[in-house]
Design a binder for this molecule. Structure first.
Ligand code: ADP
Ligand code: ZN
Ligand code: ZN
Length: 676
């Protein structure tokens, strides 16, 4: 008999953080999948490279069935999981099992053998590769910088339309030529079909698979196996794909690396971008981070020389970035400014585009018809009974919907408080803007793209296709329309109401706004013929704000330098490191009381001597969701290792703290939180 360490799926609050010990007849290679008894159940486990010393005299249970047909998960994969679990303060079992396709656990050896046989026969579509475009000088230089040295991390700062995708394609081609696999990550599932098409066209004789949450369990298993067996040369996907098992990984591309979607908002709350960088180091793979507006974290690393900076400031084929102009809402007549979303200069610009047969894109980052309904007689507003938030008025189906808990009701015909039939929408969302545009621009074809119009599978693709085909004159939308699309006929991009983010309490709001507006601007003037008259119009009450000055000059570098200086003075990331402890309870007092107790525990283990600061507990910005009260406490340190050491001492104690706090529903920690 030999003792083997096995990692099983354990919940967050389990006392089991690492591997358990079992008996096996023969030594089993690390990374093998096995069935093991756990309590009265039999569960799937992964043989782990290292585990605890079994206590002497304790009788170990035997390992059950072993999936001998499956090649073991690579050591580097186990190391990645181990790192992620440690860094994000979760159990190894939870992270490991979440990273595997659910159907893998259900497989018996025999079925697996059949599947693998099928996969072995997997054939690419074939066909001829297209003629390659001649690289621009900037693309050439960027590719020359990618030396292929083990564990190189490069930040490709390429403006919108500078041809970053071509650089990715060439870098992938090199990795494949060297006999390695490549992984390409994109922030949104919506961007995967377009990416898949580009890669299949370029590499017709290669196996390309995708990994994202839109796959059926069977597809996910098939794609995952193709990657794991080394049959797939290219793996495309969203953040979950960073955990794919790839035996020959040579390159990881993270496109739009600044995008918040790379940070998971549940479970381990990992950052796929940060894990990609770690993974590159582990496996000697090149990591290529690309963006027109890099995250300040990545920019800071590049400035310090930790990442190689590659710059592509020029648009391909003579396209230029649009001129940015501001409509000063202080100079628009008050009644117009307050009652209309569209100022006269903006309407005028839109009318001219429609008359010339050119397209416009109107950005408003708020869906629905109006964010709130209000009674004109009494103080009633359309609050959510379950959340500390307004319910949004959706006109299509005349509902009030809570965007936090989902609670939906028909719009009442009269005020529920006083019976007054005159209840009015306040403010506006994309639905109302679309309606207003249709009225103000008679004859124009107005369309809208947001989470509401694209709920059904395939609708976004269809809507985008009609924009590309020139069947739309004015496209209204949320940030969904700003990302990634290569619109060729857009000569006007308008931001209707972006000011709110300038004064948000979230320290990253400005960074996000700047990125969004730069991305949106990037949708215009992509065609050289129209580039000269392309314009971005921003309606604002604060036209002299420094963020807008940087936007006007398309000067990311200046924006980054200013913002990094501010962050340094304020002790914020990337100059400091944060963790957020969140508590949910039946009452706000109970949530905060638990955090206060957690804070006392931190004092006892010497947080401040360790260079870690804990801030007082505060309610979250939306304090109540679905009748649960939420509070949070910020934990900060100038040193990442110090913060990590402290957390790994502190959090295990918090599991024990639970007992005395009956009203606590749950708690969780978010490492490197995006929003605080
Ligand atoms: P980005 O991702 O940087 O915004 P894209 O990769 O979408 O830019 O490229 C913009 C356009 O330029 C695309 O239509 C692409 O096919 C084209 N393109 C890229 N590189 C070249 C090149 N070297 N020669 C000709 N066209 C190119
Ligand atoms: Zn009323
Ligand atoms: Zn609600």
């Amino acid at each position: 008999m030999v003792t083997v360490a096995v990692v099983v799926d354990t919940p967050q609050h389990s006392t089991v953080r690492g591997a358990l010990s079992y008996d096996a007849q023969v030594p089993l290679p690390a990374g093998s999948l096995v069935q093991v008894p756990l309590g009265r159940r039999t569960v799937c486990g992964i043989v782990w490279p290292q585990g605890p010393q079994p206590e002497p005299g304790v009788e170990l249970k035997p390992v059950g069935e072993v999936l001998t047909q499956l090649p073991p998960l690579p050591a580097a994969w186990c190391a990645l999981v181990e790192f992620a679990a440690g860094y994000y303060q979760r159990s190894v079992g939870e992270v490991a099992h979440a990273a595997l396709p659910a159907d893998l656990r259900k497989l018996a050896d025999k079925q697996l053998a059949l599947r693998l046989k099928k996969l072995a026969k997997l054939q690419p579509a074939g066909g001829t590769a297209p003629a390659l475009p001649t690289l621009t000088a900037e693309q050439d230089a960027a590719l020359a910088g990618l030396t292929g040295d083990a564990a190189q991390v490069a930040l490709l700062h390429g403006s919108t339309g500078s041809g970053k995708t071509e650089v990715y394609l060439r870098a992938v081609a090199r990795a494949l030529d060297a006999g390695r696999q490549a992984m390409v990550l994109v922030p949104e599932i919506n961007l995967t079909p377009q990416l898949e098409a580009r890669f299949s066209e370029r590499f017709p004789d290669r196996v390309i698979v995708s990994l994202h949450s839109g796959l059926t369990p069977a597809q996910r298993l098939r794609h995952w196996l193709a990657a794991h067996l080394g049959r797939a040369d290219i793996v495309l996907g969203t953040r979950m794909a960073v955990f794919a098992s790839l035996p020959r990984l040579g390159l990881v591309v993270v496109d739009e690396e600044h995008d918040p979607s790379y940070k998971s908002q549940e479970g381990a709350r990992y950052s796929a971008r940060d894990l990609a960088v770690y993974r590159g180091k582990l496996e000697g793979a090149t990591v290529l981070l690309g963006s027109a507006t890099p995250s300040l974290e990545s920019w800071h690393q590049a400035e310090r020389g930790r990442y190689l900076k590659l710059a592509m400031p020029t648009r391909v084929g003579g396209g230029v970035l649009p001129r940015v102009r501001f409509v000063d809402m202080n100079h628009v007549p008050k009644d117009v400014a307050h009652s209309h979303a569209l100022s006269p200069p903006l309407l005028d610009a839109l009318q001219r585009r429609v008359a010339q047969g050119e397209q416009s894109l109107v950005l408003l980052n708020r869906r629905g018809y109006a964010p709130v309904l209000q009674c004109l007689e009494c103080a009633w507003k359309s609050g959510c009974p379950h959340c500390s938030a307004w319910r949004v008025f959706h006109r299509v189906d005349r509902t009030l919907r809570c965007h936090h808990c989902g609670y939906t009701e028909r719009v009442p015909s009269a005020c529920p408080e006083c019976g007054n039939p005159d209840i009015q929408p306040v403010g506006r969302g994309t639905e109302r803007l679309e309606e207003q545009l249709a009225v103000s621009l008679p004859g124009a074809r107005v369309a809208r793209i947001d989470a509401d119009t694209t709920r059904l599978k395939g609708t976004l693709e269809a809507q985008l296709a009609s924009v590309h085909a020139g069947e739309v004159d004015v496209l209204v939308g949320t940030q969904m329309v700003a990302k990634g699309h290569d619109f060729r006929r857009v000569t006007l991009v308008a931001a209707v109401n972006p000011d709110a983010a300038l004064f948000s309490s979230d320290f990253r709001a400005g960074e996000r706004l700047f990125a969004l507006l730069m991305q949106a601007a990037g949708r215009a003037g992509r065609d050289a013929g129209q580039a000269e008259r392309s314009v971005m119009l921003v309606q604002t009450w604060h036209p002299t704000h420094p963020l807008y000055a940087a936007l006007r000059a398309h000067d990311y570098d200046a924006f980054a330098a200013d913002t990094l200086k501010e962050r340094e003075m304020a002790g914020l990331p990337p100059h400091a490191h944060l963790a957020l402890l969140r508590a949910e309870a039946r009452t706000q007092e109970a949530a905060q009381a638990w955090l206060a107790a957690a804070s006392s525990t931190a004092d006892e283990i010497g947080a401040s001597a360790a260079g870690v600061t804990l801030y007082p507990p505060v309610p979250m910005s939306v304090a109540r969701v679905a009748n649960i009260e939420r509070a949070q406490m910020l934990v900060e340190s100038g040193s990442r290792p110090a913060l990590q050491r402290f957390l790994s001492q502190w959090l295990p104690q918090l599991h024990a703290l639970r007992g005395e706090h009956k009203a606590l529903v749950r708690w969780a920690v978010d490492i490197d939180p995006l929003a605080i």
